[in-house]
Design a protein around this ligand. Sequence first.
Ligand code: B12
Ligand code: SF4
Length: 498
Amino acid sequence: MKITLISPYPDITSFGMRTLSAYLKEKGFPTNLIFLPDTAGDELRGEERPRYRDEDLNKLIPLCADSGLIGISLMTNYFSSAVQITERLKSKLKIPIIWGGCHPTIRPEECLKYADIVCVGEGENAILRLCQSLQTGKPYKDLANLWIRDHGKIKKNAPGPLIQNLDLLPHPDYSLKEHYILKGNKIVPFNSELLKQFLAKGTISEYLRMVGYQTMSSRGCPHRCSYCVNWTWKKLYENERYLRWRSSESIIQELERAKELMPFLDLIWFSDDSFFSRNIKSIREFGEKYQKRINLPFFCLTSPLTITEEKMSCLVDAGLICIQMGIETGSKRIQKLFHRENFTNSRMLKGTYIINRYREKMKKPLYDFLLDIPTETEEDKMETLKFISRIPRPFRLQLFSLVLYPGTELYNLAEKEGLIKDEKKQIYNKSYAQKEENYLNLLLVLFREGSFPGFILRLLIIKKMVRILNSDALHFFWKLLFLAGIKLRKIKHKLFNR
Ligand code: B12
Ligand code: SF4
């Protein structure tokens, strides 16, 4: 029985889906992987619009026709894409469709309005057991993790245990065999050249102008930020060890294989929520092996609570050339709202100084900030700007407009306060790039590259000035400036392919 797995993401990494594919193949089920990059997904401005052209989706039908099961992976912003794909497939084929990933885990009932089956939580064993049952004609209504539509009712099965030993999982499927991608108005077989092109388009690859291979060396995160879906996942697996690590050997073997398959790679990009939460022993072991056997520059994320001088020095020696750290806010009140009370300004500043010591050997570090936080006051925003004025340069700020994803604690709070009026507009179809247009956000944009000295920023946030410039009366003016900025960036992107 063949299984078709579909990814709507513009980034073609889809680590989860590729792992599922490798796992199914290892257990004897051949797979098709189809990538349908929904480029509208990254540019949403709250509007509901078709993500694909029907004629493109029609080309999916023959590729899926001989499958025993079709799986779609989705995050909240790709809900509309998954609905469109599912409806088109259902109009022509009578094959069960299962949805899995972050959004179905959080909102299974909503997803079951379209999919026949939803996987809640970790997918490997759930999809394997489902395939085995479908193949042998055995009932599958009681399988762990699966929520199933059954004669107008929903059968809800609790999740099975988490996979504790991640080394037992096969490495993500980059075989290119039976892999397809929507390119222009055609669905074409993936090949090495296309893989190179798409890997070069990943956000970090683009930033560093390299061809990056993205992977994960862990599952889970040690923190519990109130705006993050990790909170719901942790509740789902309350009695289990949620943060799990792969061994250095498993990571290095995956990367050796990736280098063999993709000789054009010039960057490794670790997407773990916090690579630095590994202990120093494990970091040393990884660093030594990585330097000897992989020897490519690499990128990873850290958090202000886990970064130390020793870990940093070890990883820079191993090839770390760029790092990303979540700062999010400089306001104590908002830190509390985010459950990030331990992320004090002094601790976060210390983190930036540790990173700054390696500026000669590294590219500009990326510091994440969250904007447009409900209940955030002008004073809170000014605290953040003051903090930014103290960060040692060079740096680049990554500015994300907060999206209140369902399943987060912050979503629940906002809903109670009546702040969520239109979920589709405010959440499902909102991109993190969709910032509110006001004076303080403009300052953040202007100081994004760390090109001006901090004292200028401090001058621009003198209270009286902010009161006038950030007033509602001037909103239209800032809106125009933001629009002009977006247009200019698009032109620059077209001209310089950046
Ligand atoms: C790596 C990553 C990225 C990468 C790569 C994404 C990609 N397309 O491959 C990049 C940086 C590009 C990225 C971008 C975005 N990301 Co992102 N990303 C992650 C991250 C850190 C890891 C995802 C991952 O690979 N996990 C490991 C795998 C093994 O887990 P998994 O994907 O959940 O898959 C398992 C199960 O869910 C299930 N499963 C998954 N798919 C399917 C399908 C079927 C059929 C079945 C049965 C099961 C199943 O089985 C898998 C194996 O157990 C997560 C946070 C996290 N820790 O998960 C955020 C996360 C998924 N991203 C998020 C978001 C919002 C985004 C963006 C939309 C916006 C943004 N803020 O950046 C963009 C847009 C995506 C794009 N352009 O492709 C949110 C999603 C929230 C939500 N409710 O949807 C998360 C959860 C971050 C967060 N903490 O809030 N992301
Ligand atoms: S550190 Fe990042 S991944 Fe971890 S809980 Fe906070 S936001 Fe989520």
